[in-house]
Ligand binder design. Structure first.
Ligand code: NAP
Length: 280
């Protein structure tokens, strides 16, 4: 039976650490959150991030713009926030409405305020092993492995998914800790032949029931990043938890696993940005 990795409890610990770390700062860390349009899921995510800021004693500044906002107007707002000294981090909630150029918007954020770690400068720094920020979701996974004393060095880490937000940076962080990393994607033939070799299996695909017990090695560490809805509309990951759990040594649940950690790591990044901006 696997140890259930409690992302909720660890996230609370990380946020408490961030709150404590900000106590000696002359100015409270400030997060500007830009939400364009009225996507319901995005609204929920933004509310959650603002709640986290309040919990940590940080400031959040919400910029809610209508769906028909133009590219120039959005870039002008980012330019203003880039120069605003009360703002340590800028977060643009994705996806943006159709017609807006997401890459151009993200690239306009000053890298030292890019707390999501999406800017190419920060991605480059991450890949060469000299990160400014760590991308929140993969950093949350690494924090879980650390908390539960799960070694990465020398382990075969198999990552399912190669997105810029999760899969690629996940592989980069595992590699930096001397894991041997295999990244799988939609064009990988015979996925199970790779997953069965994994000492640490991270699934970030977005497909209910993708990872079944027969695909997992006995004693593997199984991290489920995905957030899907099953046929009953319930939140679930990629991993068939009930069948995989007895085989794994450690496993993350969905909900209550990686999700809360992603939010907590954002607070950690915001604190790091505020410290740099205040020379502390
Ligand atoms: P994404 O951009 O859609 O990427 C999905 C990846 O999965 C792609 O690289 C795709 O391959 C690959 N893939 C698709 N079908 C596959 C298959 N049958 N076998 C192996 N790989 C396959 O998604 P994302 O943004 O990375 O997010 C992935 C999941 O994580 C989603 O469920 C999302 O909701 C969740 N998520 C959770 C958090 C959190 O905080 N817990 C944060 C971010 C995302 P190709 O590149 O070849 O298309």
């Amino acid at each position: 039976m696997a140890v259930r990795i409690d992302g909720k409890a660890l996230a609370a610990k990380v946020k408490a650490r961030a709150a404590e770390g900000a106590k000696d700062l002359p100015r409270k860390p400030g997060l500007a959150v830009i939400l364009v349009g009225d996507n319901q899921a995005s609204r929920v995510y933004v509310t959650g991030k603002e709640k986290d800021c309040t919990e940590c004693g940080f400031l959040s500044f919400e910029h809610k713009l209508p769906a028909e906002t133009g590219q120039e107007e959005l870039l002008a707002l980012i330019d203003r926030l880039n120069r605003d000294e009360a703002v340590d981090g800028i977060l643009v909630q994705l996806p943006l409405p159709k017609g807006l150029d997401e890459d151009q918007v993200l690239n306009a954020i000053r890298p030292d305020k890019d707390v999501d770690c999406f800017h190419p400068f920060n991605v480059g720094r991450l890949v060469i092993g000299d990160p400014v920020f760590l991308p929140c979701t993969p950093a949350g996974v690494m924090e879980m492995l650390k908390e539960y004393d799960i070694p990465v060095a020398g382990k075969h880490c198999v990552v399912l998914g190669r997105s810029n937000i999760v899969g690629k940076p996940m592989g980069a962080l595992l590699l930096q800790q001397s894991g041997t990393v295999t990244t799988c994607h939609s064009r990988t033939p015979d996925l199970a032949s790779f997953t069965r070799q994994a000492d640490i299996l991270v699934s970030a695909v977005g497909r209910v029931g993708l990872v079944t017990a027969d695909m997992v090695k006995e004693g593997a560490v199984v991290i489920d990043v995905a957030m899907n809805r099953n046929a009953e509309g319930k939140l679930c990951g990629d991993v068939d938890y009930a069948s995989v759990e007895p085989k794994a040594s450690y496993i993350t649940p969905v909900p209550g696993g990686v999700g809360p950690m992603t939010r907590a790591m954002l607070m950690e990044n915001l604190l790091a940005a505020a410290r740099r901006h205040q020379g502390c």
